[in-house]
Design a protein around this ligand. Sequence first.
Ligand code: PLP
Length: 364
Amino acid sequence: MSILPYANQNVWELVAYKPGKPIEETARELGMDAEDIVKLASNENSLGPSPKALAAMQGVLAGVHIYPDGASYALRSRLAADYGVAFEQTAVGNGSSELIELLGHAFLRPGTEVVAAEYSFAMYSIVARLFGATYVAVPNKADWTHDLQAMLRVITPQTRLVFITNPTNPVGTMVGREEIEAFMAAVPEHVTVVFDEAYMEFAAEPVDTACYVRQGRSVAVLRTFSKAYGLAGVRVGYAITTAEIAALMNKARSPFNVNLPAQVGALAALDDTEHLQRSVEMVNRGRAQYYAAFESMGLAYVPCHTNFILVRVGDGAGVYAEALARGVITRPMGGYGLPEYIRITIGNEAENTRCIAVLRELLG
Ligand SMILES: *Cc1c(COP(=O)(O)O)cnc(C)c1O
């Protein structure tokens, strides 16, 4: 007998998140050494973690038989001070992906609606479906940015969450201060606006959205240590939001959701502004490297504010597979409705050079 008729159909019908292909798996399948594989698929930081974060994490390993501080007091206090909000206005998660899920717990059930851009992070639709909510995807503008005015028009009394990914994934574009102001001036009060800012550290002109939190608006600003801070493997992200929304998120989370190395690593990473700066500079140089290569190859790409680039290669699945066979892991975009594109993480110079050489070989 199958137990599935008794399962939660929202879960059974989910199409699970498909992460970038892991290095170990690729090495196994190709019979190659892991060191010879270049992973440019998940927007990780090729510079590695901050040495200060690494030392802080190593320093606590002997104490991991004790549960971590369930309230993440030190990390959340630091974030509250940095953003000029109260401790009660913060939440931390096992990656910001968990924070997105906690917002789902807090606001979504059948009959409610989630609004996001057509080309945006896959977790939003997964979380909407997990809670039986309706997911409303709004087409991006011709320049690939979020169409915030169109997003306003689809808001109904059932809308609970609107996701604005800034800069956005998988396209890398950004909406500026004026557009956000106009959106915030018009968005109804029953809607929680989520600014997912996983890549804001890479933006040359970052937009401050925590100001809306300080004004008491129902806004959640999500940030992560997985990208510019180079701590994807320990899983930690945070939300700056209202005390009400943070309380909802904190009630819904599991008791020790952020582990001890993650808490101390994140705290130390915040202090290592030099490492952050070097990471951003590496990405700025790499971006120029890819732009020049794509232009010389006649490939269309989306100018980006992120540590990844969306580039049009024709047969995205085919180019992904051929690059993979040569030990370069990129991200095919068919699942995002962009079958002619691949998304490439901007790595260090050697990784970028190798990736560009493979693309030249494949695309002439
Ligand atoms: C990578 C990413 C995240 C979060 O990743 P975590 O590792 O779970 O913190 C969130 N939003 C977007 C748009 C991302 O690209």
